[in-house]
Ligand binder design. Structure first.
Ligand code: ADP
Ligand code: MG
Length: 624
């Protein structure tokens, strides 16, 4: 029969340590948090062997009173809260009173500390949880904590330590978070005696972002600021030309604490929807400030996750702020005239990043002055002020005909379709025919346009796809998508799974203009489908959509699925890479791009155009 007994404090602390101290970086995080909580203005971090041998963190904060040193390393001892009520208004990073006790249990820990009121300080050593008496010493105001031989008495944990480089990487990451969250504190980091970072206090974290992630990203940041009902959102997001395969570079700080939050990450992804290639993740450095009682931070041992009182409103604030910002920001991908880059600039988002940065910066400013997007019914808001759009981008005086989607139905006998207007090979309006275009089509795929700053090369398919996608989305969301009724509904043979999926999603398909009904067996009857796709066979359209449904059907979010389908339809309906366009069609395409909210990226996130500045060309030709 097993007997029940109380665990010794040492075992309790080891269990707690198992939760919070996973590797040297966890110690770095906890000690840095304590230094920040102590009101330090300077914190120096010294590591040996990735922190597995020595972690030494010295701060100039408030210090610990000598007689309280033993309490600092006792479990559940803290100066940061006193009652349970305090848990709901936490303004410090720590509050559990467990970190030092846990660390002391599994290492050789040395604390030296002095407060401003005291003339001398004290030193306390704890080895594997066993504390020696406090000794008085002379030391500056502040606290220095040294942690040696982490996990020396927990061999299982020690075995899990990775290479020095890996452990160092984690520690730098821990420091990055604290340093980005607290720009007013001077942080330094040295490894094996060599300085890795020296970060003087700053008002703006741009410099710190550059120090940690390089100039390329720091130079391309978009500043974000908004306030809503006591919640301020500020910081930076990266231009969509920079992205990552994972969300690791999404830094979110809540009242000075780095957190992870799924809902906010989702809002971020939504904001970048259509700006990034599928599978790519945005980069951000965002701060949220709100009253401490609007959030519960006591839901996770390492306090990385929190629970917001009103997470729905935060979601909208983040999404809304970013979306509005993107609409008023010029997100044009930049071309490069250096030959090496030229060969790779065939549409990959990351390819167009190099080039003389100040030049490009200038060109960008010039361009954004010109590319004043016109007010459009699709966007419903006014962009920019004053300046007239550049000549080649101005709208034609007659109202624009968007595309066949808008055309009135006219019944023609003998056609398969009810509104049977014959679809031209390209679905672009050719009413500008006869004019000479300002753009040159090259290789039946790119349009080259002269602009005030240089030349712009446009991917005809990507741009048209973008325009159609936005118009489609607008219509589908507004419930106004035109579909064509087939005079004779067309039976389409599918596999059993396919027909099941098609019928299961018949409502979604109907929103897209595709009406399907069961016809017996695996056959499905298509009675109408999008007017826009009139040049494709109903069977082809249905199969493509079903294919997407099969792959995308597992997505929990119906909006994602709808979006996928819209991408597909826009892609099918757009002029192809390789289609010869008439001057009229080219002009119509260029005129329409002002109606797109984001004319710079195709729905998959590839750029629709690249800009080569004249100065850049002049420079390459050695004219300046
Ligand atoms: P917590 O931070 O959750 O309170 P810790 O175990 O990290 O718990 O620290 C225990 C206590 O020791 C803190 O509440 C604080 O009073 C004191 N302390 C720890 N580190 C420092 C420091 N660098 N400067 C001043 N006081 C500190
Ligand atoms: Mg702490």
């Amino acid at each position: 029969m097993p007997t029940i007994h109380q665990l010794s404090p040492s075992v309790v602390n080891k269990i707690a340590a198992g939760e919070v101290i996973e590797r040297p970086a966890s110690v770095v995080k906890e000690l840095l948090e304590n230094a920040v909580d102590a009101g330090s203005t300077r914190v120096d971090v010294r590591l040996e062997k990735g922190g597995s041998e020595v972690i030494r963190i010295a701060d100039n904060g408030c210090g610990i009173q000598v007689d309280e040193l033993p309490l600092a390393v006792a479990s559940h001892a803290t100066s940061k809260i006193t009652s349970a009520d305090d848990l709901f208004s936490i303004a410090t990073l720590g509050f559990r009173g467990e970190a030092l006790a846990s660390i002391a249990e599994i290492s050789r820990l040395l604390i030296r500390s002095r407060t401003a009121e005291s003339t001398s300080g004290g030193e306390l050593e704890v080895v594997g949880g066993l504390a020696s008496p406090v000794v008085p010493i002379g030391c500056p105001v502040g606290t220095t904590i040294e942690v040696r031989n982490l996990f020396f008495n927990t061999p299982v944990r020690h075995k899990f330590l990775r290479s020095v480089q890996t452990e160092m990487g984690h520690s730098i990451e821990a420091m990055t978070r604290l340093a980005l969250a607290h720009p007013h504190i001077h942080f330094t980091l040295a490894h094996n005696g060599r300085t890795v970072h020296d970060l003087p206090p700053v008002n703006d974290i741009r410099g710190r972002i550059a120090a940690f992630f390089g100039d390329e990203i720091a130079d391309d940041l978009i500043e974000i600021k908004s306030e809503n009902d006591g919640v301020t959102l500020s910081g930076y997001v990266a231009n969509p030309m920079h992205s990552r395969a994972t969300g690791r570079m999404q830094y979110l700080f809540l009242n000075g604490r780095a957190i992870r939050d799924r809902s906010l990450q989702h809002a971020l992804g939504e904001a970048y929807r259509g700006l990034l290639l599928t599978g790519r993740q945005p980069i951000c450095f965002l701060r949220l400030e709100m009253p401490p009682d609007a959030v519960d931070v006591n839901v996770h041992p390492t306090k990385q996750e929190v629970r917001f009182q009103d997470s729905g409103r935060l979601y909208s604030q983040l999404l809304g702020t970013l979306r509005t910002k993107f609409l008023t920001t010029d997100l044009t991908a930049r071309g490069s005239t250096t030959s090496a880059d030229f060969s790779s600039s065939s549409g990959e988002v990351d390819s167009a990043t190099s080039g003389a940065s100040e030049l490009v910066q200038w060109a960008k400013q010039e361009l954004s002055k010109q590319v004043q997007r016109v007010e459009s019914p699709l966007v419903g808001r006014e962009f920019g002020a004053g300046e007239a759009p550049a000549r080649q981008w101005s709208l034609p005086s007659e109202p624009l005909r968007l595309h066949r989607l808008d055309e009135p139905a006219s019944i023609e006998l003998g056609s398969r379709f009810a509104p049977a207007e014959h679809q031209p090979s390209s679905r672009l309006d050719d009413s500008h025919a006869g004019s000479t275009s300002n753009a040159l089509q090259v290789h039946n795929r790119y349009l080259v346009v002269e602009t005030d700053v240089g030349i712009e090369v446009i991917d005809q398919h990507a741009l048209h796809e973008r325009i159609l996608y936005e118009q489609l989305r607008e219509k589908v969301l507004g419930g106004a998508l035109e579909s064509q009724k087939l005079l004779v509904p067309e039976p389409v043979d599918l596999t059993a799974t396919e027909s099941a999926v098609a019928l299961e999603h018949s409502e979604l398909l109907a929103r897209l203009g595709v009406e399907v009904q069961p016809f017996g067996g695996e056959t499905v009857l298509v009675s109408s489908y999008p007017a826009m796709l009139a040049n494709l066979s109903p069977a082809e359209v249905l199969r493509e959509l079903v294919e997407k449904l099969l792959v995308g059907g597992r997505q929990p979010d119906a909006r994602d699925l709808l979006d996928e389908l819209l991408h597909m339809i826009a892609c099918k309906a757009a002029v192809k890479f390789g289609d010869r366009l008439s001057d009229g069609e080219i002009d119509s395409l260029l005129a329409q791009r002002h109606l797109a909210q984001d004319q710079h990226h195709c729905p998959h996130g590839r750029p629709t155009s690249l800009v080569f500045t004249r100065d850049d060309l002049d420079r390459q030709f050695k004219r300046i």
